[in-house]
Design a protein around this ligand. Structure first.
Ligand code: SF4
Length: 187
């Protein structure tokens, strides 16, 4: 039986397995944006250039890249590059408490991708460097379903002809697209 190309989940699996990413792929950052702001996801997928001079973005990057640099290794699997710990678990760093759900879903997507694309079932760890704590994340059936619902939602958002409606978020001040949203561009 052929792949159901009308289902974004099946389309994603087929495109990564057949090496045709132009059809549809989801990166970790897309999964994160889907859970923070659909407009941010749309701007990112449309290739709107972001403002990397924003200090909050630099801080988030700094935490991601340095906090566990000695104990993890970024491994590339197509469109994702999860940090793998020495014990084989996948780590995602949580830069701020307001981003907890986004970080958890990004990690859950890595676990889902490794299972369904690579046939590699792993556990995850959500790390809070500023609090020096860690939470374990297991890819349950319910979490898998949530990931697949998000994949379908991402497909819908990035295929819109125009950005989603402008709705203020708690993190707009630290968002790379702040200029686009709040300095006159409301397309
Ligand atoms: S500035 Fe706010 S509304 Fe605009 S993309 Fe960023 S988070 Fe979304």
């Amino acid at each position: 039986m052929g792949t159901d190309r009308t289902d974004p989940v099946q389309l994603l699996l087929e495109s990564v397995k057949s090496g045709t990413p132009e059809d549809f792929v989801v990166t970790g950052i897309m999964m994160r944006y889907f859970h923070t702001c659909h407009r941010e996801l749309w701007f990112d997928s449309a290739g709107v250039e972001l403002d990397r001079s924003n200090t909050a973005i630099q801080w988030g990057t700094y935490i991601d890249e340095t906090s566990y640099a000695d104990s993890t290794q970024a491994v590339h699997y197509g469109p994702i590059a999860p940090d793998i710990m020495e014990d084989g678990r996948v780590m995602e760093v949580k830069p701020a408490s307001s981003m907890e759900e986004a970080s958890k879903m990004q990690l859950a997507y890595y676990l889902w991708y490794l299972k369904h694309v690579c046939g590699d079932e792993r556990e995850g760890v959500l790390a809070y460097p500023t609090e020096r704590t860690r939470d374990s994340v297991i890819l349950t059936d319910a979490l898998e379903e949530k990931v697949e619902t998000a994949i379908r939602g991402i497909y819908e958002v990035i295929n819109r002809d125009s950005p989603p409606e402008l709705i203020e978020k708690p993190y707009c001040d630290s968002c790379a697209y702040q200029e686009f949203c709040w300095s006159g561009y409301n397309g």
